[in-house]
Design a protein around this ligand. Sequence first.
Ligand SMILES: CC(C)(COP(=O)(O)OP(=O)(O)OC[C@H]1O[C@@H](n2cnc3c(N)ncnc32)[C@H](O)[C@@H]1OP(=O)(O)O)[C@@H](O)C(=O)NCCC(=O)NCCS
Length: 154
Amino acid sequence: MDRPPGPPRIERLTAPQPSWLAMRRALWPEGGTDAELLREMERALADPGTCVQFMAFFGAQAVGFAEAAVRRDAVNGATLSPVAFLEGLYVVPGARRQGVARRLVQAVIDWAVGAGFAELASDALLENTASHAMHRALGFEEAERVVCFRRAVP
Ligand SMILES: CC(C)(COP(=O)(O)OP(=O)(O)OC[C@H]1O[C@@H](n2cnc3c(N)ncnc32)[C@H](O)[C@@H]1OP(=O)(O)O)[C@@H](O)C(=O)NCCC(=O)NCCS
């Protein structure tokens, strides 16, 4: 990917954008239809006291996004409640290992600090070892491992 020199530009999102939707679909392929994802994005944008969204750009090209929210229920691994939670983080394959996630997470940290939080919680699937490595590199410590179960009833 051609990119201008220097770090990515980070912008707080204020409206749904096609590239945000495309990256959300890539991160959450089973997250619903485009219409459902868009409704979710609009709900989140309408609640800036709870949710925040950032997009990273190299020049005019969107290369990643981060979403965070205030979670008021108990959160695995968090020591505080309510707590700021990193809900989603995605960088397009051609822009990885160039510090994009690092910048996006810093934007989320700045938002969390500004909102008065002393902790940022997050999670990752057990098999997503790249995400585990990234979390550790960005100052997170592993707090807990969880396996989710379900069964049909009766
Ligand atoms: C995980 C992800 C967000 C990382 O984004 P990124 O922009 O490449 O990360 P950065 O370049 O900011 O990396 C910061 C540090 O994290 C670590 N890191 C990042 N990706 C890594 C990988 N694949 N393997 C090992 N360490 C990694 C490194 O220490 C890196 O610093 P370095 O490049 O100077 O060594 C990106 O790979 C991605 O979008 N993956 C698919 C979606 C996903 O898994 N999202 C997280 C869900 S919990």
